[in-house]
Write a protein of this length. Sequence first.
Length: 606
Amino acid sequence: MPHPLHPVVARVTQRVADRSAKSRAAYLARIGAAAAEGPARGSLGCANLAHGFAACGPADKLGLRGKVKPNIAIVSSYNDMLSAHQPFKDYPDVLKKAVSEAGGVAQFAGGVPAMCDGITQGRAGMELSLYSRDIIAMATAIALAHDMFDGALMLGVCDKIVPGLVIGALSFGHLPVILVPAGPMSSGLPNNEKTRVRKLYAEGKVDRDRLLEAESSSYHSPGTCTFYGTANSNQMLMEVMGLHLPGASFVPPNTPLREALTAAAGHRVTELTALGDTHTPVGEVIDEKAIVNGVVALLATGGSTNHTLHLVAIAAAAGIELTWDDFADLSTATPLLTRIYPNGSADVNHFHAAGGTAFLISELLDAGLLHEDVRTVGGEGLREYRATPRLLSDVLTWQPGPEHSGDPAVLRPAAEPFAPEGGLRMVDGNLGRAVAKVSAVSHDHRLIEAPARVFDDQEALHEAFAAGELDQDVVVIVRYQGPRANGMPELHKLTSPLSVLLDRGYRVALVTDGRMSGASGAVPAAIHVSPEAAAGGPLSRVRNGDVIRFDVDSEKLEVLVPDEEFAAREPSGGALGGDEWTGTGRELFTAFRQAVGPAERGARVF
């Protein structure tokens, strides 16, 4: 029997549904009308249809002439530079065979770009990273726009790729869609050692060769990076939200079980089309309950702060209005159940071995923190996701998941959490609204009142750190890093110098309208500050020496300057001008800077 739903979860879900009633109804009407038309290729002209299957074999051509065989689109983010996506090279052939065995046809419909924030950190290319999410959504829509398909398989893993694929798929919400993951690389250099070497390099105590050796020992093979950043948060969310097959998220690449799960996705999506018995459109899988389930799971695992942007944008694509207040309220009711780097020393392989998603979902369901009565690609109800996939005599089966955590230092039951509340907080005050990730921040560091040191770019901060100018209690302001200013780059390279200051005994915090992602660590940080400086937000009026009060537990972010004096100030500092924002392809994205919305609304360009 389903467990009673927690009253906070019930209240927030109802609030989201009430707020979204009109837009959600319009969305469902739109995808319902599309579904009523049946397989779209049936209405294509003969020349159109002939173009659509010209490269197919005779049997597939015959199957696609009518409305008998479902046609499945494959949309992939494959490239062999990114470790997380390199395993996708051979997936299309595996999926085509599986779909054929299930009585359908599969066509590779299109590719989407996939850039790596780990490579572009601190570089100009990072300023295109967030925008790439919406490019991926658009590219997904182009792939599906040929009206040839009855379902889709989306191949993607990392930061902006999975949200972009889902947003694009929701524009074709009448189709069933399964996300197909690739799995994490094996564990490399222990995370504590990697962090130690990074700090030594920031202090100038080891050289670049030693740092590169450490990094190469951490990121060393095909598969997703093993820390719990946005990529692995994506995988967990897709499973909890019902778009992965149960237990598919963290099975390593190039293993028999991973290949079996990939083939099973091809079989399953064919069953979910309108030509099968269990039509399951993606626009009905992603509903208000699934969105709330995603937020709860994110909070329970201390996941990536990027999802305070991406979940808002995904929800909007399904006609659902999700707000930061919803995150904040759900956080009060959601216990923190994991310790995964950077919120601990373990990585996702340790999490998976300790019980992984099956144990996590079971605990959250039993605590009444997840909606069980949702549609998923695994079947009716989230109860299917309590199971763990296994190969028995080379046959894929799902067995009951573990009843106990295999490592309580990594994964705990809801009755014995690491913390009684979730890993995210929303703070606000006269500096705006912001997101604070607290799952790795000690209680001693959750309140800071100190002078501001203001920077308009990352490089200036690094120079000040190297010169010893930040050796004091300080609130570092890094502004003009929002979506309108320069694409809201991730500021992960600030982690090491700020962590060094913290280790030296100073009280330190970061306040920025930029991003820090799932790599946010022990330094208290108010990120995604909205409105951003480039939109005339309060950060543009902060001066060096202003005292900033950042109180995570009281959810306050304030500059302690008299209101009249602060309001009378003119904005200062430099949002980038059009002529300056060039190179590395940035000039091609000027229209995105002009169209993008605020962080609180998902930083969307549409």
